[in-house]
Design a protein around this ligand. Structure first.
Ligand SMILES: [Mg+2]
Length: 234
């Protein structure tokens, strides 16, 4: 194996963004006059459905037949409002990168490794995060980006990772994926990738069978040996 590329999930992996997503959803529901309010416990379950629009649809499925429900067009419109609200919250500085992420990205760039994102979140959310945390456009940091609205089937389906690999032009054995959740782990494994899992606020009670490594975060003291060997040979 020659480690040539690192492929990152975004939400929960680069930063603990899920609480900001949840807040943006709830504020948007209120704005739309809906009496929906997702608690942390609700959201832990809802996160098993990848993709915001898909998550709303899954939630509606659990409601009583008599409850107000949104059409597909309304879900798309509400989700667009939620994405704008999320972008404002991120821009206001409500998020920071997880430990070790900035260091790892910098080291990998210095070592000439390829960097990619494979995320079910939408592209504006990715841009909001990289601007807030790095002051840079996403493509300046991660030249290959496969994001939510580009695939028909969201995680745990491998489609998003297969798209990232196709754009990288590399076989999975030359790459490593970084994930925080079980659905992300299964998506990356399904594409044939070795996976490093760093559980996050909403996924720390999940089991992550099949992960090459499961570590608390990506601080350098936790780096798997393969990363140390590739990035710290000096
Ligand atoms: Mg994630």
């Amino acid at each position: 194996m020659t480690l040539n590329a690192l492929i990152f999930d975004v939400d929960g992996t680069l930063a603990e963004t899920e609480e900001i997503h949840r807040r943006a959803f709830n504020e948007t529901f209120a704005e739309w006059g809906l009496d929906w309010n997702w608690s942390q416990d609700d959201y832990r379950v809802l996160l098993k459905t990848g993709g915001g629009k898909e998550r709303i649809a899954a939630f509606q499925f659990s409601l009583a037949d008599t409850a107000r429900k949104l059409t597909d067009d309304e879900i798309r419109a509400l989700h667009k409002d939620k994405t704008a609200r999320y972008g404002h919250l991120i821009a206001q500085g409500h998020v920071t990168l997880r430990p070790g992420i900035a260091d790892l990205v910098e080291k990998a760039r210095e070592a000439g490794m390829r960097l990619a994102l494979a995320t079910t979140t939408s592209r504006p959310n990715v841009e909001a995060l990289t601007q807030a945390c790095w002051g840079k456009a996403a493509a300046d940091l991660f030249p290959v980006i496969a994001s939510g609205d580009e695939v028909a089937r969201k995680k745990p389906d491998p489609e998003i990772y297969l798209l990232a690999l196709k754009r990288l032009g590399l076989p999975p054995r030359d790459c490593v994926a970084f994930e925080d959740s079980r659905i992300g782990l299964h998506s990356a494994m399904g594409a044939g990738l070795p996976v490093v899992v760093t559980p996050s606020l909403y996924t720390d009670e999940e089991e992550h069978m099949g992960a090459a490594f499961r570590i608390p975060d990506l601080s350098r003291k936790n780096w798997p040996l393969m990363l140390v060997a590739r990035l710290c040979s000096d």
